[in-house]
Design a binder for this molecule. Structure first.
Ligand code: PLP
Length: 461
């Protein structure tokens, strides 16, 4: 299997020489690599993305088919398989996972001035999709132990203007879909699951993305299956499926009549392959949000590999959680027992503020990276992005239909702020595809950083 993004830690010493060196910090702990000690490891972790002969074979098949776009055979096959994998009856490939959210909001008829509840800890595209509809993102804080949107706070944030909720299954954890669906059904709200981080997860045996009204996925390069870029939207409602089809195909319905053509018969070998048979006319403006068969070729191969990768990540994550839990102040995220299959996009753990003496998460990240560990921190709260400053004025949302000012600059949501500044460290999913030794190196490095927390605090780095 091949992959090109080897992680170069830029550190030359081996673990063996480190053990012999006895380099120590003032606190009696082994000196951190960031302070001149020897790193825990120097070898790269598992690479991402990966491919093998299967991608090559399917890409060649797509190439030779001369059927590269507009419901190509591999696209239709992938759409069917990916939907089934998540227990959704309808699903469509689209250009990316931002557009798929926008499509869901469009089909849900979200209008200017409507409120859409979103978590503050997510990629900004989740909230930006709401702005594309000139609607108002309402940020609701997350649960401290899953980092997914807190259902109690969702309920409290509902106003007469609320029309939809976008729970994000963040880093592979799943939002509490029982509570969210209960709240939404009671209030007649649309639920759009943002599944960009959780291809293949299941909630009480049901696939992520098939529980709410819509499920949205991304196939951008860092994601759990990837064609470089790409997205997917699924739904359980046939009427929505027809609208999605039309919206991604320039407004033409599957069983429809184009404004200047009328197709009859079997078009399987023709350019448009029977897409527009019937009487229904295109009734709304749509985009060209189409996919191509080369993307589908790569994704089909990646999907074949996904179940085994999910199992491997789950196994390694369990070992990592066990090891990290033994370190004072380190807390893995809670896995809700209703998550019957957990597909990790990132493995996240928390470093307790008191036990780490308030050392910032950026310091912990930098210290771990110097130890040769591939890691990061979580997103900044989305409402901090200048796009949400009322003074910006340049983005689509002008507040004109809303009638009151939204002041995101005064927003401070405690759980997300703590996660972003102090607590959370992320490990990319490809690391979980590695060996047991990789996992024990991570545990060793975190323990080493924990032991040196007073020096990190003193030096500020
Ligand atoms: C949570 C979340 N939602 C939406 C998106 C948007 O997906 P894309 O990059 O395919 O547009 C991303 C991408 O990283 C994401 O992480």
């Amino acid at each position: 299997m091949s992959g090109n993004n080897k992680i170069d830690t830029g550190i030359g010493n081996t673990g063996e020489s480190r053990k012999k060196s006895g380099a120590r910090s003032g606190s009696g702990a082994e000196k951190l690599a960031i302070h001149g000690g020897l790193p825990v490891r120097t070898e790269p972790f598992h690479a991402w993305p990966v491919f093998d002969k299967r991608e090559e074979e399917l890409l060649l098949q797509a190439l030779k088919s001369l059927d590269w776009s507009f419901n190509g055979p591999l696209e239709l096959k992938f759409a069917e398989m990916f939907s089934k994998f998540h227990d959704a009856p309808f699903g469509f490939c689209v250009v990316n996972g931002s557009v798929s959210l926008e499509i869901a909001l469009k089909i849900a008829d979200i209008r200017p001035g409507d409120e859409v509840i979103v978590p503050p800890l997510t990629w900004m595209g989740t909230a930006a999709s709401v702005l594309f509809k000139n609607a108002v993102p309402v940020f609701v804080d997350i649960e401290p132990d899953t980092y997914c949107i807190d259902p109690d706070l969702v309920e409290a944030a509902i106003t007469p203007r609320t029309r939809a909720i976008i729970p994000v299954h963040l880093y592979g954890n799943m939002a509490d879909m029982d509570r969210i669906m209960e709240i939404a059904e009671k209030r007649g709200l649309t639920v759009i699951e943002d599944c960009a981080h959780t291809h293949g997860s299941k909630w009480r045996g049901k696939g992520a993305g098939s529980i709410g009204d819509f499920g949205s996925f991304s196939f951008q390069q860092s994601k759990l299956i990837t064609s470089g870029e790409g997205g997917f939207i699924m739904t359980k409602k046939e009427a929505f499926a027809e609208e999605i089809y039309a919206y991604k195909h320039v407004g033409y319905h599957r069983k429809g009549k184009m404004w200047n053509f009328f197709y009859e018969g079997d078009y399987d070998k023709g350019l448009l392959k029977g897409a527009f048979i019937g009487e229904k006319k295109n009734t709304f403006i749509g985009h060209n949000y189409r996919f191509n068969d080369f993307q589908a070729a790569v994704l089909l191969a990646q999907l074949e590999r996904l179940p085994a990768q999910i199992r491997k990540r789950e196994e390694n994550a369990a070992i990592l959680s066990q090891g990290l839990s033994a370190i004072n102040g380190v807390k893995p995220m809670r896995r809700d027992p209703r998550v019957s299959r957990q597909s990790y996009y990132q493995y996240v753990f928390r470093c307790g503020i008191e036990e780490f003496l308030g050392v910032k998460s950026t310091q912990i990240r930098d210290a771990l990276r110097a130890e040769g560990i591939s890691c990061g921190i979580v997103y900044d709260p989305v409402y901090r992005c200048p796009l949400f400053s009322p003074d910006t004025g340049g983005y689509p949302f002008k507040f004109s239909d809303y009638g009151e000012k939204v002041k995101y600059d005064e927003l401070y949501l405690k759980v997300v702020e703590t996660a972003a500044t102090h607590e959370a460290i992320t490990i990319p999913h490809e690391v979980l595809l590695g060996s047991r030794k990789d996992i024990s190196d991570i545990i060793e490095a975190v323990a080493k950083v924990r032991k040196n927390r007073d020096i990190l605090k003193e030096t500020g780095r």
